[in-house]
Write a protein that binds this ligand. Structure first.
Ligand code: ADE
Ligand code: ZN
Length: 336
């Protein structure tokens, strides 16, 4: 099964680039930029990664991002992730970044976007990995800050395909950003939002009805609302599920308690993603392996997660068709 997963062509749709900061790179950048971090070694950092919920993670995650200062840092961070994608046969990725985490520290929006997009371009040419970039608003900040961030993105619309919504879901429901998303829609951005990770199923409904999202990030708490589950099935609204993240942040107590396979079997468009792999114990293959181990999945089911992600991605129909063919050819080559 591990061999099948390794070679399976994969698409990642829920990945925070700041969440790929491995402790070793954190140390290197801290030294390079003379930023103080409250750790003595990379092992020390890893042992601090014991989370009790989303907020306990976010506190450490935003602190880690302080070492990212120059354009080169954002390039190095992104390139690191893309090399991992190459090793794991991730063929296309749509990555999130959190501009406010950086602009609030006085880092220019252009520095962040240019560093990331140069790495994405290099990967397109040298690794044959395609990609899109999605800018997330931090929902614990106010509407005004999100509106200002949206304004900053306008000159970069060629590089940024969509907007998202992340950070603390509890107390910051989607409707807080209805006007921001309406403006983003007018400007032609795609829209996604974290909903139903820690927050209630109602947040999924609101993200769909008021923010008009094209995908729901996480969405696993839809299970608490059977009419919503049926709506998600009929509309094939994609859910970008992050199995290892959900275990680390105690959304589910154990992988065998996770509902991803149940949702797949009910016919929802669920996908597997890594969220913040440096913090949660692994990239795409580890997430696939963890689900496969807990549920003894078939090759067909594993391939279906890839096919769902292709359908749910923001690439052209022609590009989707080419990637679907790669998955189908791979499945056949393995079956014989
Ligand atoms: N930012 C990074 N990872 C996140 C997650 N899993 N939920 C909300 N905000 C995030
Ligand atoms: Zn996320």
């Amino acid at each position: 099964m591990r061999e099948f997963i390794q070679g399976l062509p994969k698409v990642e749709l829920h990945l925070h680039i700041e969440g790929t900061l491995e402790p070793e790179l954190m140390f290197e950048l801290a030294r390079r930029n003379q930023v103080k971090i409250p750790f003595n070694s990379p092992e020390d950092v890893r042992s601090a990664y014991q989370f009790s919920n989303l907020q306990s993670f976010l506190d450490i995650y935003y602190q880690g991002a302080n070492v990212l200062v120059r354009e080169q840092d954002f390039f190095d961070l992104t390139w690191h992730y893309l090399l991992q994608c190459h090793q794991e046969n991730v063929r296309h990725c749509e990555i999130f970044f959190d501009p406010q985490t950086h602009t609030e520290r006085g880092i220019a929006f252009s520095c962040v976007v240019n560093g990331i997009t140069q790495a994405l371009e290099k990967a397109r040419q040298e690794l044959n990995i395609s990609s899109h970039l999605i800018m997330c608003f931090l929902r614990h900040l106010d509407e005004q800050s999100a509106l200002e961030t949206l304004e900053q993105a306008i000159p970069y619309q060629d590089q940024i395909i969509g907007v998202g919504l992340d950070s603390s879901e509890q107390g910051n429901p989607p409707e807080k950003f209805a006007r921001v998303f309406a403006k983003a829609e007018q400007l032609g951005f795609k829209k996604v939002a974290h909903a139903g990770e820690e927050g209630p199923a109602q947040n999924i409904r609101t993200a769909i009805e008021m923010l008009h999202v094209d995908r729901v990030d996480h969405g696993v708490r839809c299970i608490e609302d059977s009419a919503l589950v049926e709506q998600l099935r009929q509309s094939q609204m994609p859910l970008t599920v992050c199995p290892l993240s959900n275990i680390k942040l105690k959304v589910f107590s154990d992988m065998r308690e996770h509902n991803i396979v149940k949702l797949l079997e009910m016919g929802l468009c669920v996908t597997i993603n890594s969220d913040d792999p440096a913090y949660f114990g692994g990239y795409m293959n580890n997430n696939f392996n963890a689900v496969a181990d807990a549920f003894s999945l078939t090759y067909q089911q594993l391939a279906k997660f890839s096919l769902n992600a292709i359908d749910a991605s923001f690439i052209s129909e022609k590009e989707k068709q080419a990637l679907r063919q790669e998955v189908i050819d791979y499945l056949h080559s393995f079956a014989h």
